[in-house]
Unconditional design. Structure first.
Length: 405
């Protein structure tokens, strides 16, 4: 994946891939443990409203942190912003392990959301400024994130099965702290501007409002879909997937199947990043959402192995959107303002999308868990309809030609 890169570009890519994986391990820790945590605090695993309520604050701050993260990157630099993110994430995971009740657990989860949410503007700015081939690098970067998402359900299910959910959180806390130690001890400094396609100087603060506005609106509905899916997919698999040939209980089965499905998203990330360097990005981004909506809807009607297979197909398609969207931002924002623009982009996706946690939790509690997928397919379809403005409209024909990646 790094052939053709300069040594500094390789270092930038390796660090951002690792940090992206750690970010999504932290993000997915609670959804993967939610049924066990609720059973511990409330005596029942089916407290979907409580799951959604706790995750709402974490998801809101995960997205909200993107705004100060963009500011930090533009003023303090990517390396310092990354160290703040890694240190805070590790300490917050220890906070989850030590929380004595639901209230303090929710506070620690909110802190985890904030600190891990500092990552995306930091990492994507490092790549867009420090690596020449944006699309390809964003694809590799996205693969790291999907790997983190994918391994977490199986990893924490295994740790919780051997010990308990508190030990699982404590073990996960070591990952960001170890990575921060590598950055500090190794004196790693990455993300400096190397790309001649990114404009004459980092002081270039131009931006285009119309395509950025459409991109952010798409991010709202895409973020709602993502948040609902990541919050409730492990629980959905636990209740709907029964494979007699697996010699494990439903909780481990649900975690293992979630991991298997999200692993397919890694391939989607790679494909999306590759295609982003070869095809019109606006049309590609829109098409992924329009094709993904009916595939997501079908999950509501399936169970057992057919459910797993269709979910895997959806994950492969859906996660291709992330490197494409990230590679679109440099078309509309100069290097000098890109950290802040990435912050806004991720805020609209992760921050505004956070409302889906309590909303989907209410739907699952009131109307049954499978009906969440009716809601999620609708929000993904809306993102695709908005994307037509980029794919065929005037806004999609605008770009900063001297900095388009």
């Amino acid at each position: 994946m790094t052939d053709g890169y300069l040594p500094r570009e390789r270092m930038t890519l390796a660090l951002t891939v690792a940090a992206h994986a750690v970010t999504h391990v932290a993000e997915q820790a609670f959804p993967a443990l939610a049924l066990l945590v609720m059973a511990d605090f409330f005596g029942t695993a089916e407290a979907y409203g409580k799951i959604g309520g706790a995750n709402f604050f974490a998801a809101l701050l995960f997205g909200g942190a993107a705004l100060p993260a963009g500011w930090l990157v533009d003023r303090l630099g990517s390396r310092r912003a990354l160290l703040i993110m890694l240190g805070g994430t590790g300490l917050s995971l220890f906070g989850l392990a030590l929380a004595p009740d639901y209230g303090l657990f929710t506070v620690a989860l909110a802190a985890l959301g904030f600190f891990s949410g500092l990552y995306h503007p930091t990492g994507t700015t490092m790549i867009s400024v420090g690596i020449r081939r944006h699309g390809r690098a964003m694809g590799a970067h996205g693969m790291g994130g999907n790997l983190g998402l994918a391994v977490t359900p199986a990893l924490v299910a295994g740790l919780a099965g051997i010990w308990n959910w508190r030990v699982a959180c404590a073990v996960l806390a070591l990952l960001p702290l170890l990575l921060a130690s590598v950055v500090v001890v190794g004196k790693i400094d990455v993300g400096r501007k190397v790309s001649p396609t990114d404009g004459p100087e980092s002081a270039d603060r131009r931006y285009l409002i119309r395509p950025l506005a459409l991109l952010c609106l798409m991010g709202v509905f895409n973020g709602m879909t993502y948040r609902g899916l990541m919050t409730f997919l492990p629980a959905f698999f636990t209740t709907r997937v029964h494979l007699d040939w697996l010699p494990v209980g439903p909780y481990v089965t649900g975690g293992a199947m979630t991991t298997a499905v999200l692993l397919l998203g890694i391939g989607g990330q790679l494909l999306g990043g590759t295609l982003a360097d070869r095809l019109p990005r606006e049309k590609l981004y829109t098409g992924i959402f329009l094709l993904g909506a009916p595939a997501l809807l079908s999950l509501r009607f399936l169970s057992d192995l057919p459910l797993v297979l269709m979910a895997a197909l959806f994950a492969f398609l859906y996660f291709a959107n992330q490197p494409v969207g990230n590679a679109l931002v440099p078309r509309y924002a100069g290097p000098g303002i890109r950290g802040s623009v990435y912050g806004l982009f991720f805020f609209t996706g992760f921050g505004a999308g956070s409302i889906m946690s309590p909303l989907a939790g209410w739907v699952g509690q009131r109307f049954a868990l499978e009906n969440i997928f009716l809601l999620l397919s609708g929000t993904l379809g809306l993102a695709g309809l908005l994307g037509l403005g980029l794919a065929v409209g005037r806004a999609g024909r605008e770009h900063l030609g001297t900095i388009a990646g």
